[in-house]
Design a protein around this ligand. Structure first.
Ligand SMILES: Nc1ncnc2c1ncn2[C@@H]1O[C@H](COP(=O)(O)OP(=O)(O)OP(=O)(O)O)[C@@H](O)[C@H]1O
Ligand SMILES: [Mg+2]
Length: 426
């Protein structure tokens, strides 16, 4: 099944998620609601899975359109072959373009009458939200995170309430326009329409955090190949996101450079013997390391495991410290919430212990919540974002979402509770 414009036909029965990562592309296609009989529920079922090694992507941003297009096409085609049909719309992730979060407060006078939809529209006036937006940035998300009436916070659904002043905090996530356009363009070159863009750590948090963690306050940290994404939830809402351009590939590069070994071997060593926890036996344990440019037996050296740990540990420390600093700036310290680690690099031995020390908190290692039909091979922490994107797509399919990328809305949380009109009007 070759992808080209002519073979595409409208499909409404499926939803699709496309995780464009630095190391791998993952496309998941699902039937959003499978009827499992009177007691079986109606959740989604994954019917198509396609993964492919990523090319043309660096630290989450497209750097080579052709290479990225090929990798995306390959992943999507694999998923489509499994379904036996083509998809034409996808929900994708955003890691590049330096995503930034900002909380914007808005207030309107309501003069004592019952709050109406008209008041809500005045309150959520896009021109107010866009007032301070830099010209080189686009809005990826604008999520109302809490209403207040006459200064009383914690109002879930203000319509019908009486008061003098109605207020809201809106979490606005922006990213640089050019990287967003490149992302959109490369997906469109694969003859796919971008239904929504979701900032990557938000997607990972959707699949990894449990409801109680979101309510109590929790940070989901996705340490991938070229990025580390942070999503902070409080009182059930996403209140902060950040993407740091450093990840597991930097550890691999450090090993390759430090031991003069090919990148492929450095990657294998990291995954097989890598740990960030030193142990007493590390000096005695010896690893054979082939040298770069030499391919016979004589071109290998023996290095103690302690040397490998000595290379890995400082980089992991740096990644965790950066994440902690960014979270502290966002007020995570005061929340005393939980830390949940996911992403491919969360599989590195000892990383949760290091993170626990840095955050002075227990750290939970998380894989995405299981979805029916999701094969084991794509159920691990590296697939947190893909799985979360699919959940977003499934929830968004319940109410048709605005196709324009700057009108994306969250499927869960506040919007779900305050009714359809907000989804349609804000
Ligand atoms: N067992 C393991 N131990 C240590 N690191 C691992 C292990 N398995 C995978 N990794 C690392 O995980 C990283 C890939 O993670 P992931 O698939 O989450 O990244 P990505 O989504 O492609 O990239 P990004 O989200 O940063 O754009 C690679 O650096 C890889 O070396
Ligand atoms: Mg990723």
């Amino acid at each position: 099944m070759k992808r080209n414009g002519a073979t595409l036909k409208p499909r409404s029965g499926y939803v699709a998620a496309l995780d464009i990562g630095t190391t791998k592309i993952c496309c998941l296609i699902a039937k959003p609601h499978v009827d499992r009989g009177p007691y079986g529920g109606g959740g989604p079922k994954v019917v198509g899975i396609g993964t492919h090694q990523a090319h043309g992507i660096r630290n989450g941003a497209i750097v080579d359109m052709d290479a990225a297009e090929h990798a995306i096409r390959a992943a999507v085609e694999r998923a489509e072959q499994m379904v036996g049909d083509n998809i034409e719309r996808v929900v994708i992730n955003v890691s590049g373009g330096k995503p930034k979060s900002k909380l914007v407060s808005c207030e309107v006078s309501i003069g004592g009458h019952g709050i109406t939809e008209h008041d809500m529209r005045r309150l959520l006036d896009p021109s107010v939200l866009l007032k301070d937006k830099p010209e080189d940035r686009e809005i990826v998300h604008k999520l109302p995170v809490g209403f207040s009436v006459d200064g009383n916070r914690g109002v879930r659904d203000p319509i019908g309430m009486y008061g003098e002043m109605l207020g809201v905090n809106v979490h606005v996530v922006t990213a640089q326009t050019a990287p967003l356009r490149n992302l959109n363009a490369v997906v469109e070159r694969c003859h796919l329409h971008v239904d929504a863009m979701v900032v990557s750590p938000f997607a990972s948090a959707l699949s990894c955090l449990v409801d109680d963690e979101k309510k109590m306050g929790a940070a989901c940290i996705d340490i991938g190949g070229g990025t580390t994404g942070i999503a902070l939830f409080f009182d059930g809402e996403l209140v902060h996101t950040d993407v740091i351009p450093v990840g597991g590939n930097h550890i691999t590069n450090d090993i390759a450079r430090g031991l003069s070994t090919p990148f492929g071997h450095a990657e294998r060593m990291k995954n097989l013997y890598g740990t960030c926890l030193p142990s007493a036996s590390d000096d005695a344990e010896v690893i054979q390391v082939p040298l770069v440019g030499e391919d016979d037996e004589t071109g290998t050296v023996q290095v103690p495991r302690s040397m490998l740990v000595g290379i890995i540990r400082p980089r992991v420390e740096e990644i965790i410290d950066l994440a902690r600093e960014r979270l502290d700036k966002a007020g995570f310290g005061q929340l005393a919430g939980r830390v949940v680690l996911t992403g491919g690099t969360s599989q590195l031995t000892g990383i949760s212990e290091m993170a626990s020390q840095a955050f002075s908190h227990h750290v939970r290692l998380a894989s995405p919540r299981p979805i029916e039909g999701l094969a084991e091979a794509v159920a691990g922490p590296a697939f947190a974002a893909a799985s979360g994107l699919l959940q977003y797509a499934v929830a968004a399919a319940e109410v048709p979402i605005e196709a324009e990328m700057n009108m994306t809305q969250p499927p869960n949380g506040l919007l779900g509770r305050i009714g359809h009109w907000l989804r349609e009007n804000f």
